[in-house]
Design a binder for this molecule. Sequence first.
Ligand code: UDP
Length: 403
Amino acid sequence: MFDQYIGISPKSDLILLQTLGEKLHKRTFLHINSTREGGGVAEILQRMIPMLGELGIQARWEVIEGDAKFFDITKKIHNAIQGNIEDITEEMWQHHYEINKKNAEKLNLEADAVLIHDPQPVPLIEFKKTGVWLWRCHIDVSSPQEEVCDYLTRYCRKYDAAIFSVAKFARAFPIDEFIVSPSIDPVSEKNKELTRDEIGSILEKFQITADRPIILQVSRFDRFKDPIGVIKAYRLVKKYNDCVLVLAGSPATDDPEGEKVLDEVREYAANDPDISILLLPPFSDRDINALQRSATVILQKSLREGFGLTVSEAMWKGKPVIGGAAGGIPLQIIHGVTGFLVYSVEGAAFRVRQLLNNPVMAEEMGEKAREHVRKNFLITRQMRDYLSVWYAMENKGRSILEL
Ligand code: UDP
C-alpha cells in the first residue's frame, strides 16, 4: 500500500514512517471521535486507520454515540470554542459527561495509545485505563468563549498531551503540547486523478455546464464556513464576469445545525439559475473530486476554521484557492503565492475577478499550491507526526536520533 506513495510523498516522510512503524509494530492505537461520516476528522480517519494497519500497527476507530440533546450541546460547545456566545449550563455539562460515561461502559478503551478527537468525547479521559492518552483539537480556538474553554480544560489537563493543528491555537495547559496539521490522502477517491470523461459525466449528472468559469465552495452547511458570504462575493463578481457558482455540502451526523443553514442558503440564493446548491450524500468523494477539478477558482471563505481540508484538496488539484484568513487556512495559503487570503466579501470578489482575468497567474499559483501540499499536507506526513508524538511520549528525554 505504501508503494503508492513513492514518488508522491516526500521520501524522508516515508523513511521515518517505516522506522516508526517498526518501532511500534503490533502495538495498539485507538482513535475515538463522534461521527463516521461528514467533516474533516472522519475524512482523515477513514484513510488513516487502514494505513496504520498496513504499517503493522493495530489501529482501531471507535465512534461515541449520543442522543439529539448531546449533539445539540456539543455543537454549542464547538460554536463557543470558535467564539460564539453560548449558554452552556451545568446540567448540559453533566449530560455531556453522562453520555461519555455510557460510551465508556460500552467501548473497549484499552490501547497503548488513545487519541481522542475534539470536545465531544473529551470526558472519556475520566475512564482511562492504560496507555498514553492524547487529546486532539481540530477546531479553531483562536478566540474562544473563555468560560466554555475553561470548563473543557478541566478534562484536557488530565491527558498526557494535547495536539493542535496550528501553533496559535495551543493553550497554556500544564501538559505536553504538539502541533500537527491535518492532511489529505493523494491516492484516495477524493484526490486521485480523474479522466476528462469521468469529470464530464459527473458534471452532467449535476446538470452543470462547463461553458462558463465555475466558482466552487465545498463545505458542510455551517455559518463559520460563510456560505452566504460566498454568494455575496459571487454576486459582486457576476456584475463584471459571467460565471456560475456551485456550493456543495453534505450533512454530518454530529452537526445538527446543517439543515437550518442549508435553508438559509437556499433562500439567499433565491432560485438564481446560475447557483447550484448540491446536497451530497455522505461518501460523495468522487463527485467532490470532479467538482474540484472542474472549478476555475475555489473558495473556502471560512470565518473560523480548524484547518480546512478542502483547501488542501483543491490545491492538490492545482487550483488557485481563495481562503478566509482563519485558523489553519494561512498555513496552506501563502498569500499571493499558493493562493489568496481574504478578510471580506469584497476582498473575496476582488481576488476571484483577478484570477478569472489572469488565467496564466491562476495556473502558476495552482502549480505552487500543489507543491506546497505535497511537501506539507499529505497523509504520510501526518501519520509520521502522530507516531512521533506517541513515540516521544513513551521515550521522554530520549533524542529522536536514538530512534
Ligand atoms: N466534504 C465532503 N462532502 C461534502 C462537504 C465536505 O466529503 O459535502 C469533505 C471535504 O471534502 C473535506 C471534509 O469533508 O474532506 C471537510 O473538512 P474541513 O477540514 O474542510 O472542514 P470540517 O467539516 O472538518 O469543518
